[in-house]
Design a protein around this ligand. Structure first.
Ligand SMILES: [Zn+2]
Length: 363
């Protein structure tokens, strides 16, 4: 038995900010975004379309920390009544912050306690509109948010069906000015989401189909995009691939590569998109021939025979200038063995269909 659920109303549209007013439809709203340009300009475009927001939270952190989110939530709680809609505008950090702030409607202390204990939060009335300005995190189509408890050196996951966005607006014109590094890192995050949903105990035919198309799109178009960053058609192709990957892992969650990444990001400061993807060639090498359904899916995504797929993947990373050895990220062998072993034991590691003794020698 399997099912596939994703209730997000997806809209691929240019000029999405100008048309936001019709979706907000007179409801009170708050914008959660970053400081400075181009975000201030985009906030202005939203104002013109949807009227004045009750609040603009413009100090989103990269890798948002729990303490910072609590401060933002206290400020937002001063709005009375609480906004009916939270608009997240930005990369994964902005969208995840928007989810936390929407969830704090039910009480900040209560929310933090549930988050620390790993409970699903209760239903909330506040709706979320997600407008990603990068292509990769998939947060616009998932019902969870990653929050960093920097005091306790741990990563927390906020999760609830109530955190699915009411609308996700994908406008690749908002991504045209992204620099090379962010373009690569976020697309590799999407690539990881797609692979992680394939080598996943929760996979199903729909998530597999979405992941296969996502990977094919990233393999084909990312090497072209890195040489032509302002090409709108290529931006659109990667935005679509990222969304397909997001939809795939919205139903499976991630697996080993992501569970490895959290410690690598926390201890070594490696950005998420790199931390969760540099192990993909090694995991792929280990997993070929281990599982018939996985082999079937992998045979569809690579334009070469399966035995040549690991080299294809390494060459792909090499074209992007991304290192695939842990030592390249300043990690020593004993530390690496511990990180990988711990990753097998965590919740995301339990989603992974492979065996530690098969994978560890290859990554
Ligand atoms: Zn990710």
């Amino acid at each position: 038995m399997w099912n596939f659920i994703n209730p997000v109303n997806l809209r691929f549209s240019p000029d999405c900010l100008k048309n936001l007013g019709e979706l907000i439809a007179g409801r009170s709203y708050c914008i959660v975004t970053y400081d400075g340009e181009p975000f201030a300009n985009w906030v202005q475009a939203i104002r013109q379309s949807a009227g004045s927001p009750v609040k603009v939270v413009s100090n989103v952190e990269p890798n948002p920390s729990l303490n910072h989110l609590i401060q933002q939530a206290r400020e937002l709680k001063k709005c009375s009544p609480f906004p009916e809609v939270i608009v997240g505008l930005g990369g994964g950090s902005a969208l995840d912050s928007a989810k936390f702030l929407a969830a704090c409607e039910s009480g900040i202390d209560n929310l933090v306690a549930m988050l620390r204990q790993g409970y699903d939060i209760p239903d909330i009335k506040t709706k979320i509109i997600a407008i990603p300005t990068t292509a990769g995190t998939g947060s616009e189509v998932t019902c969870w948010a990653t929050i960093w408890d920097t005091e306790n050196q741990s990563k927390l996951s906020l999760e609830s069906k109530a955190l699915y966005a009411e609308h996700a607006l994908i406008d690749s014109e908002l991504m045209l000015e992204l620099p090379l590094g962010i373009t690569i890192n976020t697309a590799l995050d999407a690539l990881s989401h797609a692979f992680e949903s394939l080598w996943n105990k929760n996979r199903n035919p729909v998530s597999n189909a979405l992941a296969v198309q996502a990977i094919k799109g990233i393999f084909e178009y990312l090497p072209l995009l890195v040489k032509d960053l302002k090409n709108p058609k290529l931006r659109q192709k990667i935005a679509v691939s990222s969304t397909l990957a997001g939809l795939a892992f919205s139903n499976t969650k991630t697996a080993l590569a992501h569970n490895i990444s959290y410690e690598v990001t926390m201890k070594y400061g490696v950005v998420h998109g790199l931390a969760c993807s540099f192990t993909l060639p090694g995991i792929l090498t280990a997993m070929i021939g281990q599982d018939t359904k996985l082999d079937y899916a992998l045979a569809q995504v690579f334009p070469v025979k399966l035995e040549l797929a690991p080299q294809y993947m390494k060459d792909f990373f090499s074209i992007l200038g991304v290192a695939t050895e842990y030592a390249d990220y300043g990690i020593k062998q004993t530390e690496w063995t511990a990180i990988v072993s711990n990753a097998f034991d965590g919740a995301r590691g339990a989603n992974f269909i492979g065996l530690k003794e098969v994978v560890l020698p290859q990554i």
